[in-house]
Write a protein that binds this ligand. Structure first.
Ligand code: FAQ
Length: 344
């Protein structure tokens, strides 16, 4: 049943892992000279590392704007993983069987782990996790738009796994080749885990699609509601993307928002066929000339509204996160007191 999922993407993760090891062995010369030299020499060393597809490491000089872009993107990604626990967490106590509950619990815990790897990667850039969490709580840093949509039925857990984790993988596999070493390494592990998440969502939908008429209708309704918000996860169209050009020049992003969105659409059409469910786009059709599907774009005005805080669930998500942060204060204090006591 899983045979046709994420075609080739896991292979790309494996290849990226091999490439990462090879990059670690490449030694573009001049780091010491760059450290001793002035701004020009530092920039030349940085450019040479990017050109050679070697990884930039925390010890290396990097332009301030490169560091800021990475902190912005990695932090937004980490916050998304943490806020992203809420829509599915909503269904842990109502999963339809013990097996489903155990699987969902493990998946939601994985998301917390992803948040942790990403905050740790961001910390190598000289910011603390506390600072980043505060920026989220103060509403000064974003998280993915997708997690502001509600999970109304059990089928939504399937749709999140299939479409949201599916979109996440398509977006994140190229990040395994990101020029910043700690982010690329975190992404390898995250993508391997995400592939299981995508499969469990696909399997939930497959079961519902082959169940009663009511279950099939519930699965279709979930896909109808999650399809366009999932397409919006890839960000604004290339013409409106503020960061893509520079991020691609720095090899942080490897493909544009629209290229990845197209890849996702093509992948989903084939998988929807296996599920026997429809994608809610009457204009979706194969374009022989382009060798890709034509499709209806998501509502980018809605995306901007959601990003700015006015989506269906923004207030609820942030209120919950702030409450959970306050409730966890005693744990952070106890851990800090224990660490202080344990110091020799
Ligand atoms: N939501 O110039 P661009 C997951 C912002 S997956 C919110 O194109 P960029 C797994 C963007 O930040 C979800 N904001 O930006 C999971 C920028 O704003 P700024 C997370 C968005 O960075 C599954 C502005 O719009 N994945 O969590 C969105 O080059 C299930 C202009 O946009 C990642 O974060 C959006 N959809 O490209 C967990 C992946 N789109 O900062 C639980 C890493 C754009 O200037 C359950 N991030 N914006 O104020 C990326 O690949 C990129 O940052 C993009 C955006 C592609 C998201």
């Amino acid at each position: 049943m899983y045979g046709n999922d994420i075609p080739g993407l896991l292979g790309e993760v494996e290849a990226a892992e091999v490439a990462l090891r090879a990059a670690a062995d490449r030694q573009v010369g001049g780091r010491e000279q760059a450290e001793l030299g002035g701004a020009e020499q530092s920039q030349a060393y940085f450019d040479a590392v990017i050109d050679a597809d070697q990884k930039v490491e925390p010890r290396d000089w990097m332009p301030d704007s490169y560091r800021k872009t990475l902190i912005r993107q990695i932090a937004q990604h980490a916050h998304s993983e943490i806020i992203g626990m809420q829509p599915e967490g909503n269904w842990i106590s109502r999963a339809p069987s013990l097996k489903r509950k155990a699987i969902l619990l493990a998946k939601v815990q994985d998301e917390a782990g992803h948040g942790l790897y990403l905050y740790a990667a961001a910390e190598t850039l000289g910011v603390s996790r506390d600072e980043l969490v505060n920026l989220l709580l103060e509403g000064r840093q974003k998280y993915s738009s997708i997690f502001n949509y509600p999970t109304l039925t059990w089928a939504d857990v399937g749709a999140i796994g299939w479409l949201v984790d599916g979109a996440a993988i398509v977006n994140q596999v190229p990040l395994c080749r990101c020029s910043y070493g700690p982010y690329a390494r975190a992404m390898i592990r995250i993508c391997k885990e995400e592939s299981f998440h995508q499969r469990q969502g696909f399997e939930i939908l497959h079961t519902l699609a082959h169940g009663t008429q009511g279950q099939r209708a519930m699965a279709q309704d979930a896909i109808d509601r999650w399809w366009f918000p999932s397409l919006a996860m890839f960000g604004p169209p290339d013409t409106d993307s503020t960061h893509s050009e520079q991020s691609m020049a720095w090899k942080i992003k490897r493909f544009s928002n629209d290229d990845l969105r197209q890849r996702f659409v093509d992948m989903c059409v084939q998988q929807a066929g296996v599920l026997g469910l429809a994608l809610p786009d009457p204009d979706l059709r194969w374009n022989e000339e382009r060798g890709a599907h034509d499709y209806t774009q998501p509502d980018y005005e809605e995306l901007m509204r959601v990003i700015k805080g006015d989506g269906p669930g923004n207030r609820q998500r942030m209120a919950h996160r702030r409450r959970a942060h306050a409730d966890g204060a005693w744990v952070r204090e106890a851990a800090a007191a224990y660490a202080k006591k344990a110091k020799p």
